[in-house]
Design a protein around this ligand. Sequence first.
Ligand SMILES: [Zn+2]
Ligand SMILES: [Zn+2]
Length: 332
Amino acid sequence: MTESRVAELGNGFLQVKIPLPFSLKWVNSYIVPEQDGVTVIDPGLRTAEAESAWSEAMAGCGLTYKSIRRIIVTHQHPDHYGLAGLLQEKSGADVYLTRRAHAYTRKLWGGESLYPAELRELFLAHGMPEELMGAIELNLASFVARVSPQPKVQYLEAGGVIELGGEIWQLIDAPGHAFGALCFYQEEKQWMICGDQVLPRITPNISVVPGEERDPLQAFILSLKELREYPVKLALPGHRDPFADFQKRIDELLAHHERRLTAMTAELEEGPLSAFELCEKQFGAHLRSNPHNLRFAMSETLAHLFHLAIREEVTEMRRADGLTLYQQVNAL
Ligand SMILES: [Zn+2]
Ligand SMILES: [Zn+2]
């Protein structure tokens, strides 16, 4: 098991596949050798399977929890951040992420969270049926245990640098998939630790989050165009395996979103639709039985519709009963 879970990437960097209970299957944690121990990047989601995967991987590498000197979280999503607190408890390591990423963790899992109520209001206004919203809320609530205990953190800031594995890495702001996310770039080696901003074979989810920027897709597109300028020999993603064709993958992601924008606009040819109706047309009604994936699909649909509305390619109409519908501009 350990052999397949841990892969050596060169320069002593290790990729550790930490299992996830979703269709994504695993998140990549990276172990970086330091003079007096190791740095762990993105420890994973807290589940019993993930905890035993860590114990097994560390034993296989001749490490103990006390070897962990520092934990870095590329972004705040629970599949990356969730185990940071537990690993901190076991190791005494410092945990680092950006101030904005930390604010998001407090907004979602910080006790009196307003997020579920805000998400309910947003989704219902865009046509999500009440019973499906209830299932989404139950699924959301299940994440509190998967990110607990929450770590005490210190902040990293985009635009700065960090020493990692004896080398200097640039900290690059990478918004759109998660605001406050960072990519880490090592100029001499041309390595990019990219979190979920650029993934091979998976298109990173772009979600509208209540209370955050209205057009995350625009932020994501601009970020990809900025990242595309970096020469990259090896990209270390949050999911799937490290890959070399970074620029090509960025081009594919940009093209994917343009195609989806075009497809959504085309769906409106027959007449106005709600975001939920469009979500089902784009992603399929089978998602009704998977509240986790339905939440992502609905947020992704909203991100594309908000982007189209801001580009004035579709218009939004709020009906008297509160339901928002979208229609093609040329249908007016
Ligand atoms: Zn993510
Ligand atoms: Zn992820």
